[in-house]
Ligand binder design. Structure first.
Ligand SMILES: Cc1cc2nc3c(=O)[nH]c(=O)nc-3n(C[C@H](O)[C@H](O)[C@H](O)COP(=O)(O)OP(=O)(O)OC[C@H]3O[C@@H](n4cnc5c(N)ncnc54)[C@H](O)[C@@H]3O)c2cc1C
Length: 381
């Protein structure tokens, strides 16, 4: 006899663990299935999050999970920078994910690790979730299994979105201010993307890059070799590549019995490439909607679309506006970026990157002789 569940969540990343906890605490019999043998950050990550991320997740920013408080500097190609004084956290993502999963367990979710989901299929009004060990029956599947989602693929859902290839080193021996994160823009340096240096401690740094075309590792090596002032005596302690879905929300994220969340649904904030906060927010809402739908006895696409309604404000709007800002910025020359660094305030930079109140910044730029046409009008219309 196959085990029966109300809700099965696939993938114990930030989105999945949050969704499992939320579903279980809303009354659904919930199973969280993780492919890997352990819940940890297998994928490389800059490990930078806002303080609000912890509030949304409902977990404490305890020492250990938080490695450091950081402000941020965003550098134009000419080296001029805008300082973001509002502090965020550098986290230890392994411990952060463990804490989310611990909370999901405490909220009543069952958790199974080392059990990749191979296929999800429909059988009458139920779903079959076939894993490496068993086949389970469930009413709702929440696909939180990353941009390569097996849930989406096996059900033929179109969750494609633009992927940006990224590469990251873990390094030591850098000569740089470790009280803040550093973000570098420039068409030569990182075409269509950016490079980052995020301190994990005073001595260990995540150093990465995302580029829209070409090999990110080559660009990262070039950045490191050209910045002898920072990397002159640095050593590499780890290296990994991956991809970030920065093309905005995917076309199909809800279907009969299915909700996709996190990277599987394209919920990354496109301009920053940050996806931890938005996937946790999606997990919370998806878990609640799934559990309510089960208790009401209707798990149709229409009923589960309440996830989209709940996620719209502010998240879908932010994702859309951040993508709009990204599309405008990717057409700018290095000279334009240098000019922007002179006229944009800290608040403007934060808002543009995160898709918050972008019309306010656009209106401010309307009176600028060059940026009015190249930036302001494109953001407004
Ligand atoms: C280099 C890099 C740097 C980044 N830096 C930041 C940053 O500093 N701040 C930020 O906010 N965001 C950052 N991001 C983005 C962020 O990591 C993701 O947006 C976020 O992790 C998405 O969470 P998720 O739960 O949707 O997916 P994931 O974190 O991808 O988790 C998916 C989970 O599903 C599991 N899984 C996959 N397939 C299956 C299967 N078939 N069966 C069962 N389980 C499965 C995986 O093992 C994994 O545990 C970065 C991304 C990269 C690549």
């Amino acid at each position: 006899m196959s085990e029966e569940w109300d809700v099965i969540v696939v993938g114990a990343g930030p989105a999945g663990s949050t969704a499992a906890g939320s579903s279980a605490s809303s009354g659904a019999k919930t199973l969280l299935i993780e492919a890997r043998s352990e819940i940890k950050a297998w994928k490389p990550c800059g490990e930078g999050v806002s303080k609000a991320t912890f509030r949304t997740a409902g977990i404490d920013p305890a020492p250990g999970i938080v490695s450091k408080e950081l402000s941020m500097r965003v550098y134009a190609p000419n080296g001029r920078f805008v300082e973001i004084t509002e502090k965020g956290y550098a986290i230890n993502k392994d411990l952060f994910l463990l804490e989310l999963a611990r909370k999901a367990a405490e909220q009543g979710s069952e958790i199974r690790v080392g059990e990749p989901v191979r296929r999800v299929s429909c059988k009458e009004d139920r779903l079959l979730v076939q894993t490496s060990r068993d086949t389970y029956i469930t009413k709702v599947v929440i696909g939180a299994d990353g941009f390569n989602s097996v849930v989406a693929k096996s059900l033929g859902m179109d969750n494609r979105t633009e992927l940006i290839p990224v590469y990251q080193y873990r390094m030591t021996g850098l000569r740089i201010d470790a009280t803040c994160g550093h973000i570098y823009l420039g068409n030569e340096l990182a075409p269509g993307g950016y490079a980052w240096i995020f301190p994990k401690s005073d001595k260990i740094f995540n150093v990465g890059i995302g580029v829209r075309s070409g090999d990110p590792r080559r660009y990262l090596d070039k950045f490191i070799s050209e910045r002898r002032d920072i990397f002159g005596s640095a050593k590499i302690l780890g290296a990994a590549g991956s991809a970030v879905p920065i093309g905005g929300l995917a076309k199909e994220i809800v279907n009969d019995g299915i909700i996709l969340i996190g990277d599987a649904a394209g919920t990354v904030i496109p301009f920053t490439g940050g996806g931890i906060h938005s996937s946790i927010a999606a997990g919370k809402i998806a878990g609640e909607v799934a559990a309510e739908a089960v208790s009401e006895g209707s798990t149709s696409k229409r009923r589960l679309s309440r996830f989209i309604e709940g996620y719209r404000d502010p998240w879908i709007k932010r994702i859309r506006d951040s993508l709009k800002a990204l599309r405008v910025f990717e057409g700018l020359s290095d000279n334009d970026l240098n000019t922007l660094a002179e006229v944009l305030s800290e608040e403007d930079v934060v808002n543009l990157a995160n898709g918050i109140n972008i019309t306010k910044t656009a209106k401010k730029l309307l009176s600028h002789p060059v940026l009015s046409i190249k930036v302001a009008r494109k953001l407004l219309f």
